[in-house]
Write a protein that binds this ligand. Structure first.
Ligand code: SD4
Length: 290
């Protein structure tokens, strides 16, 4: 198959897809590549929506959500995790070392520490400054494609034809304390069925959760839709469900078992990164609103 191996990710995260894609080309499994790929953005201090440097909630807590799904149908996730730079790796440990799928908050942190992860403050000088500026007027109005636009969801297909998926985020900037989004929820922020394909989402998590968007996309691909058609239908579900859709972004990227890629979003300005055959690209997504 000419299409594989391949790595794709939400937004223009070419450093992440390059990392994952080059690993895949050297024979790594999709699971290893997808984990290492999204870790690039978790460590990136300039990314204010993922991992270290992520924007805090309105009380100043940086709380992270992450999930990983492996080709064998297994999944692991953490939500409301504090002080750990690589939540995706904790999610993988939940998948591999526990009988559970998701750990939250204190328990997730305790488990991470037991597994040897080091605690560190994820609030940077810059993110603290931005938060304090925000506190002055406390307007909660995410700006489409500008604020909150950096969650990384990634899909990798290895040269053996297996797919893995991961999604990791600090969630919406200045969210309420305790808020958990779509990114770590199987079926919402990501979904994978290795017989059919996978999907990842970004944008207003509440809308993605209510439509179970990524699951919907994979099920539509199972029924014969292309990744592009399936992403479009999931976005249209939100457009029909929620009269406020003009005020927020929802965007999806999907991959089918042939390694074909599709994407669709509400607002223009979303793109996805891709690495295939040594070539890295940023690809503008089709949008509902032009
Ligand atoms: C969330 N979907 O927590 C995430 C935010 C996001 O790019 O995608 N930001 O709702």
């Amino acid at each position: 198959n000419e299409n594989i191996p391949v790595a794709v990710a939400t937004w223009n995260f070419q450093n992440a897809t390059k990392m994952a894609g080059s690993m895949l080309e050297s024979g790594a499994t999709a699971l290893d590549a997808v984990e290492k790929g999204v870790m690039v953005e978790e460590a990136n201090l300039r990314n204010t929506t993922v991992g270290n440097g992520g924007a805090p909630d309105r009380d100043g807590n940086v709380t992270l959500d992450a999930c990983i799904m492996s080709p064998d149908g297994n999944a692991g996730a953490v939500v409301y995790l504090k002080e750990i730079e690589h939540p995706v790796s904790v999610a993988r440990k939940v998948m591999e070392e526990t009988p559970h799928v998701m750990l939250a908050g204190e328990g997730a942190l305790q488990f991470a520490i037991q597994q040897g992860f080091k605690r560190k403050s994820l609030l940077t000088e810059q993110s603290e400054k931005d938060w304090k500026n925000w506190l002055e007027h406390k307007k909660y109005q995410p700006i489409i494609n500008i604020e909150n636009h950096d969650t990384i969801g990634m899909l990798c297909m290895d040269k053996y034809g297996d797919i893995a998926a991961a999604c990791t985020t600090s969630g919406l900037s200045y969210k309420m304390n305790g808020r958990v989004g779509d990114s770590a929820l199987v079926g919402a922020g990501l979904f994978l069925d290795n017989e059919v394909g996978g999907a990842v989402g970004t944008g207003m998590g509440e809308a993605i959760m209510k439509s179970v968007g990524s699951f919907l996309i994979v099920e539509l691909m199972r029924l014969g839709k292309s990744p592009q058609e399936a992403c479009k239908e999931a976005v249209m579900r939100t457009v029909r469900q929620d009269p406020r859709y003009k005020k927020f972004q929802v965007a999806y990227v999907a991959m089918n078992k042939k390694g074909e890629i599709g994407s669709y979003c509400i607002h223009k300005g979303f793109s996805y990164a891709k690495f295939h055959k040594g070539e890295s690209s940023n690809n503008e997504s089709e949008s509902y609103l032009k």
